[in-house]
Design a protein around this ligand. Structure first.
Ligand SMILES: Nc1ncnc2c1ncn2[C@@H]1O[C@H](COP(=O)(O)OP(=O)(O)O)[C@@H](O)[C@H]1O
Ligand SMILES: [Mg+2]
Length: 225
């Protein structure tokens, strides 16, 4: 079983957005997933309430994430996704300690990049693999990344912070889908939004396989990826 933790002390970076879209994408009857809403603001819980029941389970809990993960493993869950609060509280520290991989969403902006460092430092101390995901980015033009994304990559590379090679673009589909309790694919199967989430999920699966030593080569939590 794997625990994916979405963390960043910056509010609005996209923790809840990515947790919800990835959960809707990854959850299947044959691959059960437990969502844990560890943010007292409860964004993920709101989304989950709006959702037509498809067996995707959610627990709201700010402490005891390690025990929740252990119980999930005993109950046969394959994945636990933990959405955390925008701070570095004991609850977030708890979640990171339980993580297989920490996903740090980051908007391409100077203040957002600065906020990443604190979460990275904690993940490093806890010896947990982590990767930044650039979120709410301006669209690529003729397949070229926007200057702000290029700047973000350069800054992160300078700090030896691994970052996913793709991007999640700022798209109304992402917020509109969430308002209806859906993921990008459920909202519009053929959208760019759905394709971006599918690509991010593939990178996460690849990374987790590499963490378990099942595959060599590039993985997004490695700086050289
Ligand atoms: N890629 C995106 N495209 C459009 N809106 C986004 C995107 N990512 C986040 N948002 C919007 O930005 C706001 C903050 O995102 P959220 O996921 O709640 O951040 P966090 O959980 O890190 O505080 C939400 O209203 C969300 O709908
Ligand atoms: Mg949130």
């Amino acid at each position: 079983m794997n625990v994916l933790v979405f963390a960043s002390r910056k509010g609005g970076s996209g923790k809840s957005t990515l947790a919800a879209h990835l959960a809707a994408h990854a959850h299947k009857p044959s691959r059960t997933l437990l969502l844990v809403d560890a943010d007292p603001q409860g964004s993920l819980t709101l989304w989950h309430r709006r959702r037509a029941s498809d067996g995707l389970q959610l627990r709201a809990a700010q402490r005891g994430i390690v025990d929740i993960a252990k119980a999930a493993k005993r109950n046969g869950f394959e994945w636990v996704f933990v959405d955390t609060a925008p701070n570095m509280s004991a609850s977030v520290a708890d979640a990171i300690r339980a993580a297989t991989l920490v996903i740090i969403p980051c908007r391409p902006g100077v203040f957002d990049l600065d906020a990443v460092k604190e979460t990275v430092d904690f993940a490093r101390e806890a010896r947990k693999p982590y990767a930044v995901v650039i979120n709410a980015a301006p669209p690529r033009r003729q397949d070229v990344e926007s200057p702000s994304v290029i700047f973000a990559r350069e800054t992160l590379a300078g700090l030896h912070i691994p970052v996913w090679g793709g991007q999640i673009t700022q798209r109304t589909n992402f917020s509109q889908a969430l308002a209806q309790g859906e993921g990008a694919k459920e909202y519009d199967r053929d959208s760019y939004a759905a394709a971006e989430i599918a690509r991010l999920w593939a990178a996460i699966e690849k990374s987790v396989k590499a963490i378990h030593g099942a595959r060599d080569g590039t993985a997004m939590h490695r700086v050289a990826a």
